[in-house]
Ligand binder design. Sequence first.
Ligand SMILES: NC(=O)c1ccc[n+]([C@@H]2O[C@H](COP(=O)([O-])OP(=O)(O)OC[C@H]3O[C@@H](n4cnc5c(N)ncnc54)[C@H](O)[C@@H]3O)[C@@H](O)[C@H]2O)c1
Ligand SMILES: O=c1ccn([C@@H]2O[C@H](COP(=O)(O)OP(=O)(O)O[C@H]3O[C@H](CO)[C@@H](O)[C@H](O)[C@H]3O)[C@@H](O)[C@H]2O)c(=O)[nH]1
Length: 327
Amino acid sequence: MKILVTGGAGYVGSHCVRLLKSKGHDVWVYDNLLYGHREATDPARLIVGDLLDQPAIEKAMRDHAIEAVMHFAALCYVGESVTDPAKYYRNNVVGTLNLLDAMRACGVGKIVFSSTCATYGVPQQVPIPEDHPQNPISPYGFTKLAVEKALEDYRAAYGIGYAAPRYFNASGASLDGSIGEDHDPETHLIPLVLDVALGKRDHISIFGTDYPTPDGTCIRDYIHVEDLATAHLAAIEKVQPGEAIRVNLGTGVGASVRQVITACEEVTGKKIKTVEGPRRAGDPPELVANPQGALDALGWRAQHTSVKETVASAWAWHKAHPNGYAG
Ligand SMILES: NC(=O)c1ccc[n+]([C@@H]2O[C@H](COP(=O)([O-])OP(=O)(O)OC[C@H]3O[C@@H](n4cnc5c(N)ncnc54)[C@H](O)[C@@H]3O)[C@@H](O)[C@H]2O)c1
Ligand SMILES: O=c1ccn([C@@H]2O[C@H](COP(=O)(O)OP(=O)(O)O[C@H]3O[C@H](CO)[C@@H](O)[C@H](O)[C@H]3O)[C@@H](O)[C@H]2O)c(=O)[nH]1
């Protein structure tokens, strides 16, 4: 398939691009490089462009006879989405409408869109099934839910098929150590803890120790980025024009903040200094996927279910690239 991958120079997108290519798909990346890295992808297959430039998206689709889209491009900082929601609605919602309208204009019939468990808000039930109510608690989550709704309406009216995988916490790095996570600023737990192990940060702050969980810290479902890639491959190959697939992508196994820190200590052999602090606004106590829906819909299940194994792949990359793609 000829696939346009928006955000393919970013963390999750770059891992998916590699897998798609290895399976023989003809892949073009469309990324404005705001947070993406030229080094994370093949420069000969990179179109530097913005989602807000609809004619440029259409040109990319026509120039390369695109048949399907994988859509990773988005702004993803939950905190910033609260202080500057306009930026998030414009980029994530208006940008995606431009992409969908370009697909209509060019006759592209299917898309896989990066949604998130943040669309569920504070869960009423854990593990979370796909039919759980979606009540986001941040503008970021609302932008993702708005796109899910638009996808469904575009499917019903115009026949565009879509898969909307809702990721839990993307983690880890490619198993050969060649690409990994490099966000600036970094806000995610695992890379921040590994920065402490590398001596780049003095300590990790634990955001809240009074949650109703066994050790008092938040529980998350850390899904390996290579597992996310295999799920996307399954989704793009499975979904057909006019169809809809909505699935959670998680391991089904949760790990607390303290458990992640312990895993990092075991993997790196370094003692991690921690500072216990207040809760971070908007953090639900526990987010864990019910993975059955993805198994039923895509025949997919996560292969990396040990957080220690996931941390080990992240550590291999961070150790080899202490300054990310900059060296
Ligand atoms: N990382 C996670 O834990 C996680 C969890 C759930 C969902 N997601 C979603 O998965 C997707 C990828 O996340 P990531 O962690 O790889 O983020 P990332 O920031 O590493 O990648 C996003 C990419 O999109 C590009 N981009 C952003 N706005 C653009 C625009 N207007 N035009 C063109 N390119 C643009 C950025 O330059 C970047 O390369 C996002 O949509 C995110 O919301 C991520
Ligand atoms: O310095 C830190 C950073 C994080 N945490 C905690 O670690 C957990 C994981 O946090 P983080 O790595 O920031 O991920 P999330 O906030 O869970 O959000 C990620 O995962 C979501 C899905 O769960 C996606 O929607 C988001 O885009 C993605 O950033 C949370 O309980 C945080 O409170 C700390 O205690 N200290």
